[in-house]
Design a protein around this ligand. Structure first.
Ligand code: M6R
Length: 364
């Protein structure tokens, strides 16, 4: 049932191009985005004053990306919350806001409680859910499914990728309806979205190179992930993937925060993965990389094809193909997933069922 793959996680990583297609294609009709299940009129979409994104774990990291994407592209203010915090902080919500709850399983206790809290306060709710008919899917006012199919490995990969796509579709749709982007921009966004599956395939085909690199780090004690903007959101997910399946301590930091404390942890040979996909922030992150290297860090950079500048600063570079700046998460996460996977395999960990973790956290 693993379809010839050694682990479900590897199989699910390889399903990502298809998952992206399945989440994307049914919602693009004649060159426009149609999200029927949203059930919102254009007037309602124009009336959204604020979006709250609430989730746990990797789904929360999708939300952190969402903040940059909805704010940057659609100019709608976004608050992102961990569901376990949102549910107990008596959040301030009003009827012209939208609460988006993201969950693969649709059964995560805190996310479900957060959804109920939002509904009690009379605000519109939308679930981005993978499991059809799950509690969150049933209870949210509207549900947008991520068509990733069953995900078995505890570490999410394909559901995460599908959640990103659902969010991009919403952001482009909202931006278009609210007239903050041109029709030409919409067409360009759709073109870039449709290229993602092939680009993900290409990144997956690079697995031997990443396996080789990962084998050098199976004895690592600490790994740091850094980035700015969307690259910070990608770092959060890269770090969680590594720690959950390889048991290596890892942390993600907004690159600009390093010198406020964390840089004191860097020693000779400490691995730092720097995510550098936001062109307007290249220079800033590269100067952080220089600071890290001068304190002995070994810097792995994940960046866009064409960013030659980085080769002078980083020790090892993985390039991702060109896409729109809002969509780089879908590509940059692939080598980081592969890295975590191969570190875990190299250490002989139980990749699909890491210790102390459950696929679906139904108790708080
Ligand atoms: O089913 P959900 O998407 O609500 O689950 C949320 C988290 O428990 C989940 O993303 C968790 O962090 C994963 N194990 C990460 O790989």
């Amino acid at each position: 049932e693993k379809g010839g793959y050694e682990h479900f996680m590897l199989k699910e990583m390889y399903e990502q191009p298809q998952t992206v297609r399945d989440t994307l294609n049914p919602r693009i009709k004649d060159g426009t985005i149609v999200i029927e299940e949203l059930g919102m009129s254009e007037e309602e979409i124009r009336g959204i004053r604020k979006i709250h994104i609430v989730a746990c774990g990797s789904a929360y990291h999708v939300g952190v990306t969402g903040k940059y994407v909805f704010e940057g592209m659609a100019r709608i203010p976004v608050e992102v919350d961990l569901a376990s915090e949102f549910r107990y902080r008596n959040p301030i919500l009003s009827h012209d806001e939208l609460v988006i709850v993201i969950s693969q399983s649709g059964e995560t206790a805190d996310s479900l409680a957060a959804l109920r809290e939002a509904k009690d306060k009379g605000v519109k709710t939308l679930g981005i859910v993978n499991v059809v008919g799950s509690s969150i899917a049933r209870e949210a006012d509207k549900v947008m499914y991520t068509w990733a199919g069953p995900e078995i490995a505890v570490a999410t990969t394909k559901a995460y990728s599908a959640q990103l796509i659902a969010q991009y579709l919403l952001a482009v749709k909202f931006a278009q309806v609210r007239d903050v982007i041109t029709e030409g921009e919409v067409a360009a966004f759709l073109k870039d979205l449709q290229k993602l599956p092939e680009q993900i395939e290409m990144l997956l085909s690079n697995k031997e190179k990443i396996q080789h690199f990962a084998n050098r780090y199976i004895a690592a004690k600490d790994v740091f992930f850094v980035g700015r903007g969307i690259d910070y959101a990608i770092s959060l997910e890269g770090s969680l993937k590594l720690k959950e399946i390889s048991y290596i301590h890892s942390e993600a930091y907004a690159a600009g925060e390093l010198k406020h404390g964390t840089i004191s942890l860097i020693e000779e040979g400490t691995l730092v993965a720097a995510v550098v996909t936001q062109e307007d922030l290249y220079k800033k992150t590269i100067s952080n990389i220089v600071e890290l290297s001068s304190r002995g860090a070994f810097v792995l950079a994940v960046t866009n094809t064409g960013n030659r500048e980085i080769e002078k600063a980083a020790d090892y570079v993985i390039y991702i193909p060109q896409t729109n700046k809002y969509f780089t998460n879908s590509l940059a996460i692939i080598p980081l997933q592969l890295f975590s996977y191969y570190v875990s395999v190299g250490k002989g960990c139980d990749v699909d069922k890491p210790r102390n973790l459950a696929k679906s956290v139904t108790v708080e």
